[in-house]
Design a protein around this ligand. Structure first.
Ligand SMILES: [Zn+2]
Length: 344
């Protein structure tokens, strides 16, 4: 039995020596040390041994087991090390390969347009103010001379959060907020750009979310000619020196008198074409002199202070400036559409 064990040990060591991979080693483990392995098999015969022989053989068996196990562990480690080195050799990094391209993001076209308009008005001494998109009924309507039940509210149906809270339908609430904050004590020159919301069905010219820029100028002795001069400068800077503008009478509850402003069509230079619906003019914004009631509600003495206000849509301005045919393009994240303005 002693010899049997010694033979098994020799055999196992020889097999390990020849082992080429982890599978071979695993086989040795199972064959010699496993529960049904050769050593266990030999030890089954222990019962036939004398009392004196048993501990001797037991000790030897343990020694043989340990020797084989250590040999297995050693070989395993060696093979794994070799495997790792082979892999490292194979996966050497070629530092001359070009790296993955990093995509550089840019401003959304509407952001660019808004910033361009902001720059222009900052140059004229205006402040840029931003207001909350969730607005109270009071500031969105009532403070702008649109009391509850006023028919002009129908044009600006919104998304209501409660009866008194809604997503603002225009940036005009910032007019009232700014005037309120100053309590009728100081002149105001401010613009307010931002997102606004209406319950419109989306189509090529309507979006339930769009952008607006509100402008307000309040001081002693502000006249309609100041409004016209300011907007003329705006049109020339945004659309070109040769563009003409005209005012048409209109109605807004918060201005009196109110106007719609058109600019001459760039495509046909006023002769009439499909872009301007044969009129030679393109509507660009609404404006007017601040209604005395709006001034009074905000604490300004309308006998002392006058002012003008205007509201324009950067979406529409971008569409006109770049010939964009569908307002939904601004909000649908088509990277091909958005990218072209970065390259320009
Ligand atoms: Zn035209």
């Amino acid at each position: 039995m002693k010899e049997q064990l010694q033979t098994l040990e020799k055999e196992a060591i020889a097999k390990l020596h020849d082992a080429n991979d982890l599978k071979d080693i695993q086989a040795v483990q199972v064959t010699y040390l496993g529960r049904k392995g050769s050593i266990t098999e030999v030890l089954r015969g222990m019962g036939k041994l004398s009392k004196e022989e048993r501990p001797v053989i037991g000790e030897l068996a343990n020694k043989v087991r340990t020797t084989i196990q250590e040999a297995i562990d050693g070989k395993k480690e060696k093979l794994e090390q070799e495997e790792l080195e082979k892999q490292l050799q194979k996966e050497t990094i070629d530092v001359t390969l070009p790296g993955r391209p990093v995509h550089v993001a840019g401003s959304h076209i509407l952001t660019s347009i808004i910033e361009e308009i902001e720059d222009l008005f900052i140059g004229l001494g205006y402040e840029v103010k931003e207001g909350p998109e969730v607005e109270t009924d009071y500031y969105n309507f009532e403070a702008l001379n649109l009391p509850k039940g006023h028919p002009a509210r129908d044009m600006q149906d919104s998304f209501y959060i409660t009866n008194e809270l809604l997503l603002r339908t225009h940036t005009s609430p910032m007019q009232a907020r700014t005037m309120r904050a100053l309590e009728g004590t100081e002149p105001i020159r401010m613009i307010c750009p931002g997102k606004v919301y209406r319950r419109d069905n989306d189509d090529a010219t309507h979006s339930h979310q769009f952008t607006q820029i509100e402008g307000l100028y309040v001081d002693k002795d502000v006249r309609m000619s100041d409004l016209k001069g300011t907007l003329h400068l705006f049109v020339q800077k945004m659309f070109g020196e040769d563009r003409e503008l005209r005012f048409r009478p209109s109605f807004f509850p918060f201005t009196e008198p109110s106007v719609e402003m058109d600019i001459s069509c760039k495509v046909c230079s006023g002769a009439g074409c499909s872009v301007c619906k044969q009129s030679g003019w393109i509507e660009i914004l609404g404006a007017g002199m601040v209604h005395p009631k709006v001034l009074e509600m905000a604490g300004y003495d309308s006998k002392v202070y006058t002012g003008f206000a205007f509201g324009m849509g950067p979406d529409r301005i971008a569409m006109l400036k770049y010939g964009i045919d569908d307002i939904r393009r601004f909000y649908t994240d088509d990277i091909r559409f958005l990218k072209q303005f970065h390259e320009a």
